[in-house]
Design a protein around this ligand. Structure first.
Ligand code: ZN
Length: 206
């Protein structure tokens, strides 16, 4: 598959192209991504695609980005939270590349996560996410990853792997009265949400 790129946009520190992000309504966002084998992962095309995915996530200031969000059907997503102006309350997550990931809840406890998405411009909504999940995947070199993720970070992993199953956070919003623009979130919902997040982060450290 050919990646669509904005030719004029190049990330600041290199010549890595920034990929176009698919907005809600694009069919690729609704198709489960395709599991890849080790040979395809090791190929130059896939390795350079992973670099592009990381650069695009950073450029868009996302906490994560899935291949389907850039018109690609490979089952790959990337996650990274540093000092993110889009989500300043999020605990840091080092750069993580997940190939063929699955996420399994390891507790029935859930928390109400206010989510947003680069593919759903200017909308946020409350999604119930498991407080703890087991993540199984390969890293970009095909080495197995098996990790438990807890707290707010668990929501980030669930959101990204949902993309690879053809789901968007809006599918999981049960109380549609929580849907809001980013501006309305700041004005009406942020304070209460950050209080909840702080309680979660102090329990789990993540
Ligand atoms: Zn998303």
């Amino acid at each position: 598959m050919v990646h669509r790129t904005f030719e004029s946009k190049v990330s600041e520190d290199s010549n890595v192209p920034i990929l176009e992000i698919a907005p809600i309504g694009e069919p690729i966002l609704r198709r489960p991504a395709r599991v890849i084998d080790r040979d395809e992962l090791a190929s130059e095309a896939t390795q350079s695609f992973i670099d592009d995915l990381i650069a695009t996530m950073r450029h868009a200031k996302g906490a994560g980005l899935a291949a389907t969000q850039v018109y690609d059907d490979r089952r790959i997503c990337v996650i990274e939270v540093g000092d993110n102006p889009r989500y300043p309350y999020k605990p840091k997550i080092p750069l993580t590349v997940l190939v063929n990931p699955t996420v399994t809840p390891i507790t029935e406890e859930t928390f109400a996560n206010y989510e947003g998405c680069l593919s759903v411009p200017d909308l946020r909504g409350v999604v119930d996410r498991a407080v703890g999940v087991k993540v199984e995947a390969w890293d970009r070199h095909g080495e197995p990853i098996e990790r438990e993720i807890w707290g707010l970070s668990a929501g980030t992993f669930q959101h990204e792997v949902d993309h690879l199953d053809g789901l968007l956070f809006v599918d999981r919003v049960t109380d549609t009265t929580t849907l809001c623009t980013w501006k309305a979130f700041e004005r009406h919902h942020r304070e209460a949400f950050v209080t909840r997040v702080e309680a979660l982060v102090s329990r789990f450290g993540s």
